[in-house]
Design a protein. Sequence first.
Length: 899
Amino acid sequence: MTASQSRLLLIDGHSMAYRAFFALPAEKFSTEDGQVTNAVYGFASMLINLLRDEKPTHIAVAFDVSRRSFRTEEYAEYKDGRAETPEEFKSQIPIIQELLDALGIAWLSKERYEADDIIATLATQGEAAGLHTLISSGDRDAIQLVNKAVTLLYPVKGVTDLARYTPELIEEKYGVAPGRYRDLAALVGEKSDNLPGVPGVGPKTAAKWIAKYGSLDGLVAKADEIGGKAGQSLRDHLDDVLRNHRLNGLVCDLDLPRDVDGLAWEGWSVEETNRLFDALQFRTLGERINTSLGDRALGGAAPVEAEVDHVHASRLEPGGMAAWLRSREGDVAIAYTGAFASGAGSFDSIALAEGGEALWFDPAQLDAEDERSWTDWLADAKRGKIVHDAKGFNWGADAAGWPEPAGLKADTVIAAYLLKPEQRTYALGDLAMQYLGRELDTTAQEHSEGTLVGLDAAMADDTSRFEADCAAASAVAALASTQAERLAERRQARLAEEMEYPLTGVLARMEITGIAADEGHFADIEASFAAQSKDATDAAHETVGRQFNVGSPKQLQEILFDELKMPKTKRTKTGYTTNAEALQQLYAKTQHPLLEQLLRFRDVEKLKQIVATLRATIQTDGRIHTTFHQTVAATGRLSSSDPNLQNIPVRSGAGRDIRAGFVVSGGFESLMTMDYSQIEMRIMASLTGDEVLIDAFKSGEDVHRVVAAKVFAVAPSQVTAEHRRKIKAMSYGLAYGLSTYGLSQQLGVSAEEAQQLSNEYFDRFGKVRTYLHTVVEQARKTGYTETIMGRRRYFPDLASDNRQRREMAERAALNAPIQGSAADIMKAAMLGVDRALREAKMDSRVLLQVHDELVCEVAPGEADRLEHLVREQMSGAAELAVPLTVSAGFGDSWEAAAH
DNA sequence: TAATCTACGTA
DNA sequence: CGTACGTAGATTAC
């Protein structure tokens, strides 16, 4: 391993354990014999996360021996005034050290010196050895050690939320370079160390002086020239400043029992760690360390298989790629590891399998010839590929600069989803067990859709890694053929091959592309929402007469129902609801101003959060790259996360301001949105075959008006807004299995009136009622429902003894073909749009899908053609008994492109 | 710390 | 007592 790949992790044991001690409740963490373990637990938790995320090659934890040090010798009051260290904390330090021994991690301490000095010394040595160093410490003195090769992980909250202090961040936060932080701290003082600074001088003034005079030395030399009260104050307290500066400097040349080479981390002992966790009565931590760090376990780990499942595995020999690929006759299965997120990723390893042969390679190590053979093969649609999570693979290929993979014959994650759409995860190891009865070594292959958390490059050379990856590729191949049979039996092969598999490529491109964000706009509206949120909070505090957490439903309940004696609302599991609907009803009854303030707070606080989340996800390319999940929603819909761009507000004016921050990017002309009108109702009309409803849609008139006219037996021109509102609510409610009770609640009318309305409706649209009954009836018989494309969803709960579960299943079964068919149609449209854009060689592109809407970026001069093309593909995506109407809009932003 | 509850945004 | 999702903060649990 080269030095540049080595990472040194240095932890201030005392400071991090102390943080953990206060972050976790001591009462909740103790063993039966009374030993408190909260600091041990929190520290261990932090450590496991750091080992997992940072993958250090070298580690040390430094401890203070006592409070006495050379600093207290010079200045007796150093760190004076600190509260006595609680005994409950002290007793946990030896346990933490025992834990470190079990984990094989070096820990150090030295008489007369503090942990920080040890860290400074090791960081200096590490830097000289060319290691990248991470320091985890809650002591600000460590800031002075930061430079290009040394990053400080400073706890923000608790011990697992760590901020990365780089030179740039420190410069931005404190206005001085890390090397000058000592100077600033000397001027400002450090309260926790009992080092008083210059009165009247805060970080702003100190930073200004340091910027002006270059350093503390420069400032002291010119101390006489500094005017104002601050200048005088500095002169009066110069001795303090110089003392602070002497004391806050860290010692970088201690004589320590180990040098950096001696800190190499070999791994952790399963046996010793288990024994200690048992003694401490930690139950979940043992599992966590196994999932996070199973690959670094020493002894007791799963035995290394001598043979790879069903394949002869070989590592790629330089120059061997072309020959191996050329000898393949069937589709090649691909398993890969690495880190993948948000439309990008990097591979640690790739294993290929076909016809009893497997090939393993590290993509970073390919020579030019092999890389060319590989990328040629990748882009060749005639060379079939089977992948476990093709979308993630495409992200990695794009980030590696390879061409877009072509010729996808199957995706084993998607096939598993189609066979069992309710299943939560489709990890390869689980599927291999489930469908093949094979056990894979998946310690390092935790799979969640789109993400394979792999190993660092160093481990890729490990024999077991090579074998495990090849076994995985072999499993992908076997899995695909089993799945293909099952899909064929269920007549779902077309759905898989012609819709879901090709869609992975379309979605991957949308994710890789992302959508441009106007950061300045987001910053502005976030500030505005924050100000409004504060106003509402202040007003609520004023009304109640004291401070309280406006965002706490629990505190709200106490105030509303106990103190103000308002009438009780509907029950939740833990009390009474304070949701917006309930607060509005209470307001109608009591006119209490607090309720209005709370509603206002909730509203703007939510918007503020949404904007803050969006801002945080803007990548360095100025775009937001969501992830679309193709195997999450049981109905067949897509879902979106990190961030979810399918629930961006649109109903309120303030909410729409957020949409204005999604903008057209440079080189493009505008955004275009195109959406289906009432697609679910049209599907219902078509599935039910109800002539009256079908005619209503065919007429091209406002369908809710036409339906209302029938139900209320008036001429369409006589339909009032109230009529229309009721019918619209009822029509949509039908597709969700709305009961008459629910309808009466929704419309705010009596149960009788709701029942009456329902009767009238079904009298006019009889086939709708029949259909809804038939769907559930059929599902009870076969166990599943089907969409127009043959997508299935199973409903075991239709046979449940539990009435609530059964009725829930009935409503879901009723909705599944409608929602699912709409999803099918949109997916068909997306594939059609993608194909048509390629054939027309246009540069416009699809960015987002929001269930019934597509957001596209229009290339210059393509607006008319694009509108025509997308309209044609969307409305022609399925043959229904009613027309599929779409409407379009153009604009510079998503908001402006609404219609 | 991790899991759960409550609330709320979209189609 | 209306389907399908994802996210955030507060609270609870070991």
